[in-house]
Design a protein around this ligand. Structure first.
Ligand code: CP
Length: 331
């Protein structure tokens, strides 16, 4: 494996192999496996888990990492091609990324969606352009439409919780004060479909996931014996569910239009997950990638209760990323 940019680049068997490696590294540390290796982490957007768990993973495998937050202690970096650089950015990624790559054995890059044009964000053009600037091992730390590290860790969490392969997995929209990107819902939807689950996307009208994302998940499900459907009927979706994966995202009907998005979501404050959602799913576990706004997206009673697995999920970023780094830098 040379790059970890999209779970869909791997076969189901390769994903299962990575998960087995993650479990092995969790049980038996390899404190010298990556001795002498250096990982460069470039974060155009904020992070807690991805940043800290990648640094921890490198340290626990005997390697080192450096972190660049463009515009915060280093030059602000321009990502647009062909632009006249007379604004705040002093450096273009066309120079910055190869320079960093020349110092490191592998790079990780986080660059969120612009959130203006859906087609542009679906095309992942800014991330792909940066990926083309280096032939070093590369990790997607979250791009416009993908978060493969989160998806891999989430698959491990489902295994840890002994959630059946064919169990009902509900990916539910939740309220947030503003539009958030589609990267996590897209990645998690694909992951659950590839795992072979009965996946239901539960979302209000106006928030359907884009067809290319749904179609990709349907193809993964078809190959793995699972299924993918969508509804706005909460009771129907949650009946018998084993997992409720909660995530906030922007209105896809008015993508790139914050005022229209705000009008749509203003009537949706009831999409805050509470205990009374689970009457027909008493054993349902609750997942969220974090960060989460308490009592906006998920109520305290759920986050602090027995069905919440969000801490396990966040912890699993560490063994999952140790496995990714081990694969990228040892082979
Ligand atoms: N879930 C996740 O990627 O968390 P961070 O944004 O804190 O890295």
């Amino acid at each position: 494996m040379k790059r970890f940019l999209d779970l869909a680049d791997l076969t189901r068997e390769e994903v299962l192999g990575l998960l087995e490696l993650a479990r092995r590294l969790e049980r038996h540390g390899e404190p010298h496996a990556l001795a002498g290796k250096l990982l460069g982490l470039v974060f155009f957007n904020p992070s807690l888990r991805t940043l800290a768990s990648f640094q921890a993973a490198m340290a626990r495998l005997g390697g080192h990492s450096l972190v660049i937050n463009p515009g915060q202690g280093s030059w602000q970096m321009e990502t647009r091609p062909g632009v006249v650089m007379d604004g705040a950015a002093a450096e273009h990624v066309r120079e910055g990324i190869p320079v960093l790559a020349s110092y490191c054995d592998a790079l990780g890059i986080r660059l969120f969606a612009e959130g203006r044009e859906l087609a542009t964000d679906l095309a992942e053009s800014a991330f792909s352009a940066m990926a083309a600037l280096t032939d070093k091992p590369l990790v997607n730390l979250e791009s416009a439409m993908n978060h493969p590290c989160q998806a891999l860790a989430d698959w491990k969490t489902l295994d840890d919780l002994a959630v059946p392969r064919a169990g009902r997995f509900v990916l539910s929209w939740a309220w947030h004060p503003r539009a958030l990107p589609l990267a996590v819902p897209a990645a998690v939807l694909h992951m659950a479909a590839l795992r072979g689950m009965e996946v239901i996307v539960l979302r209000p009208e106006g928030f359907a996931l884009p067809e290319p994302i749904m179609e990709r998940a349907r193809r993964a499900a078809a190959a793995s014996g699972g299924s993918v459907s969508e509804t706005s009927d909460r009771a129907q979706a949650l009946s018998g569910a084993q997992v409720l994966y909660v995530k906030e995202w922007g209105a896809t009907d008015s993508y790139g239009d914050p005022a229209a998005d705000a009008r749509l979501r203003s009537a949706l404050r009831g999409w805050c997950v509470r205990e009374d959602w689970f009457g027909a799913a008493p054993d349902c576990r609750v997942l969220h990638c974090l960060p989460v706004r308490r009592n906006s997206a998920i109520a305290d009673e759920v986050l602090d209760g027995a069905r919440s697995a969000v801490q396990r999920q966040a912890y699993n970023r560490l063994p999952a990323q140790m496995a990714v780094l081990h694969q990228l830098l040892r082979s």
